[in-house]
Design a protein around this ligand. Structure first.
Ligand code: FES
Ligand SMILES: [Fe+2]
Length: 430
């Protein structure tokens, strides 16, 4: 558990808060490139870290991210005219470029230099991997883009989506690194009851995950700080001498990378919209061949970790809190643990069900929560260090993110963090 004060420090991300300042040290994804498809197209409202912004693709095709409100009398620039390299306020025609400069002020005389004194907030934007990234921290710092392998593979090898989620970013991260919940939340009833048919399936497929999940439902958890964040290991007995390990990574300041199928990987980003809402990003990439077209078609309309979305700019899931995630109680009785379809949607139901900010002072943590405890401590420690003037090193070293999460069989005496094969499997190669 955390005290009320620690919980607020962990969760609140407005400008000037400890966590808000820490997260502003990092480049972060905020929209898909396809959310702003054309030059001089429609602007999009963006709220990030509690700041009201508007994004637009200018005449040259460059995406700009500026303060949503006009410096004159605060009109909403979302309604602005996107024209000739800038966004023009519809109230009295003041116009801003992507750097936030007021470049035209038709209400003043030609000779007036007043416009040269007017500047609104603007943040730099990079486009990479079909995603728009921004940096909202102090301009002088050497923040680097995280060098995720996803960003290096060909376009045919990757797929990304994001959706709106109605809870604080920190409890979403906790869901991302919580290896214990898949035996329940995401399980079929056969798996939950460990039926003979399900155990036999594990033996039959000989896939490590199925086999050892079936044999040992009480993994032992370990967690250690690393230069990129926190590495959590879940160790299962195989009954054959070796241990089956699954590694789950937390990467500063809001990424999670669970172990996944050998040839296909994914990670999440949980980007705070404000104190009570988060963008949940799912990045998927293939290590060798292009992603199968049928699979991508399924993801586009919502499947697996990529949630089905309502039309519109805010990427609101079809299954959400307002309709109880379309829970089917009959299926819950007869077929799956939750009765909710979709892995992502199952996650939303528990993370949003905690409330916008979960009251961590009320928790009773168990042995499976060691990674979550480490992650919280890491975020709080780095936020406190920054208050004392120590910049987070991971923000300035994109190479730390060139990683894969993995699972592996290890001899009992092997060191789970330092084993050479673990290191090799975790190193990205693109
Ligand atoms: S409020 Fe924008 S130009 Fe007047
Ligand atoms: Fe989950």
């Amino acid at each position: 558990m955390l005290s009320i004060e620690e919980n607020e420090k962990l969760a609140k991300i407005g400008r000037g808060t400890a966590m808000g300042e820490l997260i502003r040290r990092y480049w972060m994804p905020f929209r898909l490139s396809s959310d702003l498809p054309e030059a001089d197209g429609e602007p999009v409202r963006v709220t990030l870290l509690g700041e009201s912004l508007v994004a637009f693709r200018d005449t040259s095709g460059k995406v700009c991210l500026i303060q949503r409100h006009c410096a004159h009398r605060w009109s909403d620039l979302f309604y602005g005219r996107n024209e000739e390299g800038g966004l023009r306020c519809t109230y009295h025609g003041w116009k801003y470029d992507g750097a936030g400069n007021c470049v035209d002020m038709p209400t003043e005389t030609e000779e007036s230099s007043y416009k040269d004194k007017i500047r609104i907030t603007a943040y730099p934007v990079k486009e990479s991997g079909g995603v728009l990234w921004t940096y909202m921290g102090p301009p002088g710092l050497a923040a680097e883009m995280p060098e995720f392998e996803y960003l290096k593979v060909p376009e045919s090898h990757r797929f990304v989506s994001w959706n709106w989620q109605e809870n604080n970013f920190a409890q979403a991260i906790e869901g991302g690194i919580d290896s214990a919940h898949s035996n329940f939340l995401h399980a079929t009833l056969d798996a939950y009851h460990r039926t003979d048919a399900w155990l036999a399936k594990g033996e039959r497929t000989r896939r490590m995950r199925d086999l050892y999940h079936a044999r040992d439902q009480h993994p032992k958890f370990f967690a250690e700080d690393t230069d990129y964040g926190v590495m959590t290991g879940a160790r299962r007995e195989t009954g054959e001498g070796q241990h089956y390990w699954r590694f789950n990574l937390f990467l500063m300041p809001f990424y999670t990378m669970p172990p996944s199928a050998q040839k296909q990987k994914f990670f999440h980003a949980f980007v705070p919209i404000d104190d009570e809402n988060v963008q949940r990003w799912t990045f998927t990439w293939s290590l060798e061949s292009p992603l199968p077209a049928e699979q991508v078609d399924e993801w586009r309309v919502g499947a697996g970790l990529h949630a089905a979305l309502q039309p519109g700019p805010d990427h609101v899931p079809v299954q959400n809190r307002s309709n109880d995630y379309l829970i089917d109680r009959e299926r819950q009785r007869t077929s799956t643990f939750t009765g909710i379809t979709g892995i992502g949607d199952q996650d939303f139901s528990v993370q949003e069900g905690m409330g916008r900010l979960t009251p961590r002072q009320n928790e009773h943590l168990g042995t499976t929560d060691v990674g979550i405890i480490k992650m919280r401590r890491r975020l709080l420690r780095d936020a406190t260090a920054l208050e004392d003037g120590d910049e987070p090193r991971s923000a300035a070293d994109g190479g730390l993110y060139h990683l894969r999460a993995t699972d592996i069989l290890l001899e009992p005496e092997a060191s789970w963090m330092d084993d050479a094969r673990v290191k090799e499997l975790m190193t990205a190669t693109w």
